[in-house]
Design a protein around this ligand. Structure first.
Ligand SMILES: [Zn+2]
Ligand SMILES: [Zn+2]
Length: 274
C-alpha cells in the first residue's frame, strides 16, 4: 500500500482546470513523435516536468490518469456479484434483494466503499477535492462500465436545494458529467429534482404526485421507452436510487441502470452469530 496515502488530500491538490491543462500538454508532448532524434531527450525532460504525481503514492508518472497503475490495482475493486444490487456473491446470501422489488434493473459500482476509496470520496465531497471525483469516475468508466450497454441518458441523483447551497455542488452531478464526457452519453442533470415534502404540488408531475407520500423526487419530463442510468457517488441502502428509479419508471422509462463509484456492503456477521 502506498506510503504517503494519508497525505493525498493536502499534498496533491491540482485544480481541475490545472490538471486538465497539464494532461493536454503531456498528451501533445507524447504525440510529438515527428521531432528530430536529438530533440527527443528534451521532449522526455519536458514530460517529466509536466508529469502529474499519483494522488495516492505521490510518485510522478507518465500517464494521463491521476492514480498510477500500481495504486489503481491496489484499490478495493468490487468483486462480481448480484447484477441487481451489486452485492458480491458470498455476502449476497444474507440480503433480501429478490424480496425488495427494486425499481431499478441493475447496479454497477467500481469499488467497495472502504479505505482508501472511502477517504477519497469524503475528500471529494466534503473538502471540495473535485479532481478526486474525476479520478474515480475514470476508474468507473474504464472498469465495470467498459462493456456495459450505453443508456439513452445519464441522470444524477439530485441534491436537495439546501444541501446544494451548503456544499456548493452536487457530487453525483459532477460524476455524471465526467461519465458523460468519457462515454459520450447525453446528460440530463435537471430531469429529476428533490423537493421538500411540503413543496407546492404545481411543481410536481402527475407521476410524481403518485409517489408524493414517501418519494421526495419529482420528474420534470416523461421518458417513454428510455434506458436511463442513474448516477450516484455511493450506493448504501439502495433506498435513494430505488426512489429515483420509481419516479423514472412512472415516467415511462423502460430500463434503469444504477451506476455508482462505490457500493457500501452490509456488515458481515462473524461466523456463529445471527
Ligand atoms: Zn500511485
Ligand atoms: Zn441482489
Amino acid at each position: 500500500m502506498p506510503q504517503s496515502m494519508g497525505k493525498f488530500a493536502t499534498q496533491n491538490k491540482p485544480t481541475r482546470a490545472k490538471a486538465n491543462s497539464l494532461q493536454r500538454t503531456r498528451r501533445f508532448l507524447r504525440s510529438s513523435t515527428g521531432f528530430p532524434g536529438r530533440v527527443r531527450p528534451l521532449i522526455d525532460h519536458l514530460l517529466t516536468l509536466f508529469s502529474i504525481p499519483c494522488l495516492l503514492c505521490g510518485q510522478s508518472q507518465r500517464q494521463a490518469a491521476s492514480i498510477c497503475i500500481d495504486c489503481t490495482r491496489d484499490l478495493p475493486w468490487l468483486p462480481k456479484g448480484c447484477p441487481n444490487c451489486a452485492i458480491p456473491w458470498p455476502l449476497h446470501q444474507k440480503t433480501r434483494c429478490g424480496a425488495l422489488h427494486l425499481a431499478f434493473d441493475e447496479c454497477r459500482a467500481a469499488f467497495v466503499y472502504e479505505f482508501p476509496v472511502q477517504a477519497l470520496i469524503v475528500s471529494f465531497k466534503d473538502f471540495e477535492q473535485l479532481h478526486l471525483g474525476r479520478a474515480l469516475s475514470v476508474c468507473l468508466a474504464h472498469g465495470p462500465l467498459r462493456s456495459e450497454q450505453k443508456p439513452d441518458r445519464l441522470v444524477p441523483v439530485p441534491s436537495h436545494r439546501q444541501r446544494l447551497r451548503e456544499r456548493g455542488f452536487n457530487p453525483a452531478a459532477l460524476i455524471a458529467k465526467d461519465l458523460s464526457h468519457q462515454l459520450a452519453i447525453p446528460l440530463s442533470s435537471r430531469l429529476i429534482q428533490k423537493v421538500n415534502a411540503t413543496s407546492p404540488q404545481k411543481f410536481r408531475s402527475r407521476a410524481a404526485r403518485l409517489h408524493h407520500q414517501s418519494n421526495p423526487f419529482v420528474l420534470n419530463q416523461a421518458v417513454p421507452g428510455e434506458h436511463i442510468a442513474v448516477v450516484d457517488d455511493v450506493v448504501t441502502s439502495m433506498a435513494t436510487v430505488h426512489q429515483v428509479s420509481q419516479v423514472l419508471k412512472s415516467g415511462g422509462a423502460r430500463r434503469i441502470s444504477v451506476w455508482s463509484i462505490a457500493r457500501a456492503l452490509p456488515r458481515q456477521t462473524p461466523a456463529g452469530q445471527a
